[in-house]
Write a protein that binds this ligand. Structure first.
Ligand SMILES: [Zn+2]
Length: 258
């Protein structure tokens, strides 16, 4: 079976061919070190890193269901799903992580990041905005990184890279262009909005769709009522997705045993 850019072996449930970027020298050692076998069962060809924990996967689906209330996000998500490129979600935590390039040089990173078809995402990291009070949800961080993937698909990333030789200038231009999507998604979800890209300050959240205001060192969750609503659509919409996912995992386990 030929699936997009790679060969998918249905008997093992794994890709038989390393994707071109990975074959080129272990660029993404952290995430791609293990083969990826969990294709988003909703039918979207966005893969989840094979080493992902059930909790991380649950937070990812929670985020997608939450974000799907935003039309702007759905346009971005659908563009990623329908493209020939297979994007991979790699889960990170608050610890720094390393990526090595084809020359064997390793670079240390922290926080969410988009690196050539790989989206590194912390499902528990909220972003504290410039007022030091407003906090955006980890889900919005995922939407932000997916917007970078959209910039890549649209050729905007390439154009910006060609124009700016200075790295800081390039990052500023990329982030400025990205913010138009993030602001729109935040508005549609009722989350706090940042108007400019500033140095990141993170806060640990209890789940991927939590956002709100910090007052007197205490985090006031402004997502409480919405949380219940989310749980309701989660049950109706996500149940099917989870059942397909569980079935997929069980089938893979059976194949392994046989
Ligand atoms: Zn960014």
């Amino acid at each position: 079976m030929y699936l997009r850019a790679r060969n998918y072996d249905a008997t093992t449930g794994r890709f038989t061919q390393e994707d071109p970027i990975r074959a080129d020298g272990n660029w993404y050692a952290y995430c791609a070190g293990n083969p990826v076998n969990a294709v988003d069962p909703s039918g979207c060809i966005i893969e989840l890193y094979d080493g992902a924990t059930p909790e991380e996967i649950e937070q990812y689906y929670l985020a997608i269901i939450y974000l799907s209330q935003s039309k702007t996000f759905m346009d971005i998500y659908n563009e990623l799903c329908e493209s020939e490129t297979v994007f991979t979600i790699c889960f990170i935590d608050f610890e720094p992580y390393q990526l090595s390039n084809p020359n064997g040089e390793t670079q240390q990173f922290e926080g969410d990041r988009y690196v050539g078809t790989y989206i590194f995402w912390n499902p528990y990291s909220g972003l504290v905005l410039g007022d030091e009070k407003s906090v955006q949800s980890p889900a919005l961080g995922l939407a932000h990184e997916m917007s970078h993937a959209k910039q890549d698909l649209d050729g905007v990333m390439g154009k910006i890279k060609a124009i700016y030789s200075n790295e800081n200038a390039r990052i500023n231009a990329l982030e400025k262009d990205n913010l138009k999507y993030e602001i729109q998604v935040a508005k549609e979800l009722g989350e706090p909005i940042r108007t400019e890209y500033k140095a990141k300050k993170e806060i640990k959240m209890t789940n991927s769709i939590e956002y709100g205001i910090i007052e007197n060192e205490e985090f006031i969750n402004s997502n409480k009522n919405q949380g219940q609503f989310i749980q309701m659509i989660l049950i109706s919409k996500l149940l099917g997705v989870l059942i397909s996912y569980i079935t997929l995992r069980i089938l893979n386990e059976i194949r392994r045993i046989l």
